[in-house]
Design a protein around this ligand. Structure first.
Ligand SMILES: *Cc1c(COP(=O)(O)O)cnc(C)c1O
Length: 396
């Protein structure tokens, strides 16, 4: 039967009936080790008891009231996020793209409120991904996503990561902000080195620009810190988060310093669903776990363990695995074989991984993954790689 859904996705021929921790169970009962976590969304794995309890308890009380009223659960989540980060204020929405739209608006309004409404241009980086709304597509700058949707939204200039001459050249009197992912996710797990991030911070300070960090994928513990920029010692003025922040419930957030948010007054931005009691209850439950003593250290340690095992695997299969990149539990394997073929081979070995740009597959396991599951994943990667080695042997 043909699908009644808009065919915008090339879906794998596989549907899941339920999940437990790092495992997904298909409709036919087969168990898959989930090292994609719904693209870094299921931060605490599937059916985490604390999240299930928070969601079901709130579902029986109150789902939605609109932002016309006080939402105590949202006040609490905002307070906890700002106390754990560089920020002073938070805005809640429903997705990463919306969090970035908010970030862009905050940055532009900052300058308008300071008497410089002409400063609206945002500098972004080649290989970036910021979402699929018209403005965030223009920010990401990927031609294949922009074509056919009318004129590209104005006000975004793009440079290569690390090309500081080009960056200085593109910054002008209309520039408002610089927007960057500390680790490019969709672009292929390309880590921006801490020294580079520090230099971007200096350049922003020098030119009076807002530094926006898109931590939609890197945030909420993924790299072993609450936010990935913490590894560099520099802080942004504005940050977007989403993916893991709701543990699978649609939730996004834009965090900012009070200074950066000076232009955002009543009526300047809004959303109907954003920050509703149901989302806020789940967001608070995610933070209960992620901010608990030792949780983030454990993520960092598990990430190191995974990296060590992958280094040994690469040595055994140098034609399949070219490079291991990333931080914590956000790992990219740059491949010598086509990444979509490799992801299919891993799936056949009952391991789920996610293709990214630069011929990379991403390993984004739930943050609760344990050492035996890391071993099982590496064995399955080995099985997938061996299939390619066998093909290569036959061709020689
Ligand atoms: C996924 C992602 C987005 C977009 O998030 P959506 O929830 O799909 O809108 C934006 N930025 C980064 C870095 C992402 O990884």
């Amino acid at each position: 039967m043909t699908s009644a859904l808009l065919p915008t996705y090339a879906r794998a021929p596989l549907a899941f009936a339920r999940g437990e921790g790092a495992w997904l169970v298909a409709e036919d009962g087969e168990r898959y080790l989930d090292f994609g976590a719904g693209i870094a969304v299921n931060a605490l794995g599937h059916a985490h008891p604390h999240l299930v309890a928070a969601l079901t308890e709130q579902a029986g009380k109150l789902w939605h009231v609109s932002n016309l009223f006080q939402i105590p659960e949202g006040e609490r989540l905002g307070r906890r996020l700002v106390e754990a980060s560089f920020a002073d204020v938070a805005f809640f929405c429903n997705s990463g793209a919306e969090a970035n739209e908010a970030a862009i608006k905050v940055a532009r309004k900052y300058h308008a409120a300071g008497g410089n409404p002409e400063r609206y241009r945002i500098v972004t980086f080649a290989g970036a991904f910021h979402g699929r709304t018209l403005a965030t597509l223009a920010a990401g700058g990927q031609q294949k996503y922009i074509e056919g949707f009318g004129p590209k939204v104005e006000g975004f200039d793009q440079v290569q990561v690390g090309d500081f001459d080009a960056l200085e050249a593109v910054i002008g009197p209309e520039t408002a902000a610089l927007m960057i992912e500390p680790i490019q996710g969709e672009g292929g797990v390309r880590v921006i080195q801490p020294a580079e991030l520090r230099r971007y911070r200096e350049i922003c300070d020098h030119h009076g620009l807002m530094l926006i960090m898109d931590e939609v994928q890197t945030g909420l513990g993924r790299t072993g810190r609450l936010f990935a920029h913490e590894w560099s010692g520099v802080t942004p003025d504005i940050l977007s988060a989403a993916k893991g922040i709701g543990g699978g419930f649609p939730l996004g957030a834009c965090l900012a310093t009070a200074e950066a948010a000076r232009g955002m007054t009543a009526g300047s931005h809004g959303t109907t669903f954003g920050g509703n009691p149901l989302a806020m209850a789940v967001g608070n439950a995610v933070l209960d776990v992620v901010l608990a003593d030792g949780f983030l250290d454990r993520v960092a340690r598990t990430g190191l363990l995974l990296k060590q095992k992958l280094a040994a695997l690469r040595d055994r299969h140098p034609h399949v695995f070219k490079e291991i990149r990333g931080e914590g539990l956000m790992i990219g394997l740059a491949l010598g074989v086509p990444n979509t073929d490799f992801a299919a081979a891993a799936r056949a070995a009952h391991l789920l991984v996610i293709p990214a740009g630069d011929n990379v597959v991403r390993l984004l396991p739930p943050l609760i993954v344990d050492a035996p599951e890391i071993d099982a994943a590496v064995q399955r990667l080995e099985a997938a790689a061996s299939g390619f080695e066998a093909l290569r042997g036959a061709a020689e």
